[in-house]
Design a protein around this ligand. Sequence first.
Ligand SMILES: [Mg+2]
Length: 291
Amino acid sequence: MGDAIGELAFMFPQEELLRSELGQVSEVRYTDDTAMAIGLAESIIKAGGIDQQHLGNTFADNFAREPWRGYASGPPTIFSMVEKSGITYGDAAKALFGGQGSLGNGAAMRIVPVGLLFYESPDIYDQACASACVTHSHPVGMDGAAVQAFAVSQAVKLDPQQEFPLEHFIEALIGTAKTPEVRGKMELVRQLLAEDVPPDTAASGIGRTVAVHESMPFAVYSFLRHVLSFEECISCAILHGGDRDTLGAMAGAISGAYLGIEAIPLSWGKKLENSTYIEKLASTLAGMVAV
Ligand SMILES: [Mg+2]
């Protein structure tokens, strides 16, 4: 939902225009973020967990069927390297960016199924990295994805009827981050919230690129500033520039895990393409929770 509305916000970047457009369209379409989250869920369900070759093949098959979903250049490059030379997805991913691997937000944007499946597992960090490095093997790219998965796993365990444990939540994310880039930005999020810094200034401080340490932290900020409203969380995430669809996907993943499907306005949820299938995947994952 956040991905689809975030994508719409590229064309309608002001709240009133966006709301009016949302009211008029009969369907909202998601992008590569959700397409890859679907692929991750499908692969986990079929393979019974994270199987990198199966996961890479699922991503590649889904891309071949719907190449128009707005994929960045990295994943298709990896898919064709694997197809042509028979190397693993992990080795292909490592070859990108001069052998550094990608630190983009492409692993974090799709990670919600890992956060949901491993929400009580002590292995969640490693499982998240295992799912990430099929396409994103830079340490920052994997770390950002793991912190996003951990945020989802924390959120899904909390009861929205009780007071939100803000300090504990952000401290746990800071403690989960392993790279100075991601940890430093999560510490900045704690400071921005404590000082009640408004979104535009916060977004400038965090950064607005597609690097995971410049986008995932703003999604977390948007959630933590609006814990009780899915709508306000999404609006905050997508209306301050940057990688809007992915910011919406990441913020919506955490907010949805915390508040549940009832928090999504009916008028929005009804319009999301393929929503019945997405709900079916989520229910199947919920039935196979890993510990
Ligand atoms: Mg996208």
